[in-house]
Design a protein around this ligand. Structure first.
Ligand code: ADP
Length: 717
């Protein structure tokens, strides 16, 4: 009802009109509606009262009271009001307004002179000037209306004499003139006041709008800056990592005589500093990656006690050096938490490093865990160090923020806690600090219970390595020098790699295109390529080689650390992916394994009869079916993991990873993730009304936001 009334009042209002015009249109509609209601009430009352009086006086209803002029006039008014609304609706406001004023003047004149003379109906003309004031903007119109209204008011007194002449004295006329004037002035006073307020409001609104615009612009600029920063960090790291690799590599190659202690010590300092630089670059890169959502959280169930125990053991000697009493109070039964082990380790290491840094000699540091059925697990790192001021507590989690003190003057970069908080937030956990100056601090990471599960058996988590170094792939020793194609745009890097690969015949290519032309006439035992290169990058090179069915093993060497780049390369079926700076040993092992595996495949192809090859393919098919069926059957369980699959397939975790990698070209974790994303995508397509939470639960992912971020990234959903 209210809505209908509102839409009636808004007939003819348009966005393109000025505010003032829209207001006048609405006022005209309001006048019509109010007058219409008044007419209806008036006519109904007149009817009822007349009928009642007839019944009382004559005991019957004769309808003799009906004055046809009375009903005709009111009928005319009603029809006119409807017509005015219609005119307004069709954007003829000016005609509507003119029509309204005409009806007002005609109806009231007719009533005051013909239907009800002597009933003071002419006093209605006092409303003429206020009505004109509100419907017209010009002041002169309202003064004109005042004069016309007053003149018409006088008609029954002087022209069409209705009142006995003795009633019409100068006093009455003067009083009426005063009433007309006062009403006119009052309405105009409020109107001009209203206009002033409206102008002020408009100014305020403009200011708010311009502030909003400025804020939006600043926000866009900040976003752009932040994107630029992330990009800048990636490029900068690329630039720094390569020379850093060279420095580290050459420093490792330096050999000194036993007696040359001084140079030995200097080299140790260089190595330490390089490591520190590498850690800072890694932290900044990881942080910027996390903030731009380019990272992938790979959660696995990890036993919280053995996980922390490892860090307790690692840090023990460092704390002992400062004579700090370091304890681990484990108050939880064997319990699994769902974490990205690699990232979460960095958060714990940061907290322990800070505790070590900010606690003085002979102090104490403790790690403790508390388990609560309702809240989950809390991991606390408590120290008796210098403490943090109340005002600084929030700031310490900000990027590059350091509390000014003697320790931070010479150490640290202010990135550690920001990184830790990003890691914790990415897991959807929370981190908090309680501290007292001079007494110590307590950093607590709270893990909600939906990421905590009691472990029936403790999963044995081995380090995830794309390359297994176990016996089955042990390199075979080959006397003849093997050929490696090194593809890198950085000349110094090629020279360095040549030195590292001194036991191989190395051919150099400057970029992917150069490599392809060399490969046209030569074959190699392995290709070692950079990721980011001008002319043709590593990814395009690999795609081209795969298209040509080139079976040479490929190892990609890169400064890029984002998962996206890594995944897109691994999906192409490369044999290894190493980050710069890498350890020489690591590179050599990977090369040996890659070549050995390839040699095995070549030998195998040569030795195996077509019949056997067919059997092998059948085995691969069966393996594929078995593992994918198991994944699909258990896809709704958050505990579906590499360990669970390994147990089902009755193989060790590393064997499983190797088999899956060789048969399906992916790691087991990638396989699970892909299956989950695909199922989620299908569920969404089949059942568009299903809630996000339902879909996430159906694919065993507890973090809905994470799932939908991944879907967006993977399929653009
Ligand atoms: P950094 O340690 O490299 O300076 P962080 O981000 O790790 O950077 O820490 C930020 C600041 O928080 C530090 O500069 C230090 O002042 C304060 N802080 C962190 N941990 C502790 C602690 N355990 N005790 C006292 N102060 C701390």
């Amino acid at each position: 009802m209210k809505e209908k009334y509102e839409s009636l009042l808004n007939l003819g209002i348009q966005k393109r009109h000025t505010n003032s015009l829209n207001k006048r249109i609405r006022l005209l509609n309001t006048f019509c509606v109010i007058w219409g209601i008044v007419v209806l009430i008036f006519v109904s009352l007149e009817l009822i009262v007349s009928i009642v009086l007839e019944v009382i006086n004559h005991k019957t209803i004769t309808f003799a009271f009906i004055d046809i002029r009375f009903f005709f006039t009111h009928f005319f008014i009603l029809i006119s009001l409807i017509l005015i609304l219609f005119l307004n609706k069709n954007l003829h406001f000016k005609w509507g307004r003119f029509y309204f004023l005409s009806v007002f003047v005609i109806a009231n004149s007719y009533a005051s002179l013909i239907i009800s003379p002597g009933h003071y109906v002419e006093y209605y003309f006092v409303l003429l000037s206020p009505i004109v004031s509100t419907l017209y903007t010009k002041k002169s119109s309202s003064y004109l209306a005042l004069i016309i209204g007053f003149l018409i008011f006088l008609t029954p007194y002087y022209i069409y004499v209705v009142y006995p002449t003795e009633y019409v004295d100068r006093l009455i006329i003067l009083e009426s003139a005063c009433i007309f004037l006062v009403v006119h002035l009052l309405v105009n006073y409020f109107k001009s006041n209203n206009l002033v307020y409206e102008k002020l409001l408009a100014l305020e609104r403009d200011k708010v709008l311009s502030d909003k615009f400025i804020l939006e612009k600043q926000e866009a600029e900040l976003r752009e800056l932040s994107e630029f920063k992330s990009h800048f960090f990636v490029n900068l790291s690329h630039e720094i990592r390569t020379p850093l690799t060279l420095i580290q590599g050459y420093t490792n190659q330096l050999t000194f005589k036993e007696s040359d202690k001084e140079n030995k010590e200097k080299t140790t300092v260089i190595k330490e500093q390089c490591q520190q630089m590498q850690d800072i670059i890694n932290s900044i890169m990881d942080l910027s990656k996390m903030e731009s959502d380019q990272f992938e959280l790979i959660r696995i169930p990890v036993d919280v006690n053995s996980f922390l125990e490892k860090y307790f053991t690692n840090f023990q000697s460092l704390f002992a050096k400062k004579n700090i009493d370091f304890t681990f109070n484990n108050n939880t039964l064997k319990t699994n938490i769902l974490i990205d082990k690699n990232l979460f380790s960095k958060a714990i290491s940061n907290l322990l490093s800070n505790a070590l840094k900010f606690t003085s000699i002979n102090g104490s540091v403790a790690i403790n865990t508390t388990f609560n059925n309702d809240d989950g697990i809390t991991i606390n790192v408590i120290d008796s160090g210098i403490g943090i001021h109340k005002e600084e507590r929030e700031n310490v989690f900000k990027r590059f923020y350091q509390v000014k003190n003697d320790i931070t003057k010479s150490q640290g970069s202010g990135i550690g806690l920001a990184f830790t908080k990003s890691i914790v937030n990415a897991h959807h956990f929370s981190i908090d600090v309680k501290s007292s100056i001079g007494k110590g601090s307590c950093f607590s990471i709270s893990i909600p219970k939906n990421y905590v599960s009691s472990a029936i058996h403790q999963p044995k988590i081995e380090p995830q390595n794309t390359f297994s170094t176990n016996e089955q792939t042990k390199p075979t020793f080959i006397n003849k020098k093997q050929n490696i194609l090194v593809v890198d745009d950085h000349e110094q890097m090629r020279i360095y790699l040549k030195k590292v690969l001194k036991n191989y015949n190395v051919t150099e290519a400057e970029d992917g295109k150069d490599a392809l032309s060399i490969l046209q006439n030569n074959s190699f035992d392995l290709i070692l390529t950079d990721y980011m290169m001008p002319v043709m990058d590593g990814e395009t090179l690999v795609k081209e080689l795969k298209k040509q069915q080139n079976k040479t093993p490929i190892i990609v060497l890169t400064a890029r650390t984002d998962q996206q780049g890594k995944l897109s390369m691994l999906r192409l079926g490369i044999d290894g992916y190493l980050h710069k700076p890498f350890m020489e040993e690591e590179l050599l092992i990977n090369i040996k394994n890659g070549i050995a595996l390839y040699k095995n495949v070549k030998d195998f192809d040569k030795e195996t009869s077509p019949e056997e090859l067919k059997n092998l393919n059948e085995y691969a098919d069966k393996f594929n079916t078995k593992i994918t069926t198991y994944i699909n059957q258990n896809i709704n369980s958050p505990l579906l993991s590499v360990d669970a699959i390994a147990e089902y397939m009755a193989v060790s975790r590393s064997t499983l990873n190797r088999k899956v990698k060789s048969i399906l070209g992916q790691t087991v974790n990638q396989l699970i993730q892909e299956a989950r994303l695909e199922k989620a995508r299908n569920l969404r397509a089949e059942n568009p009304l299903a809630s996000k939470k339902q879909i996430a639960e159906a694919v065993g992912i507890t973090n809905t936001t994470y799932l939908f971020d991944k879907l967006k990234e993977r399929y653009g959903i």
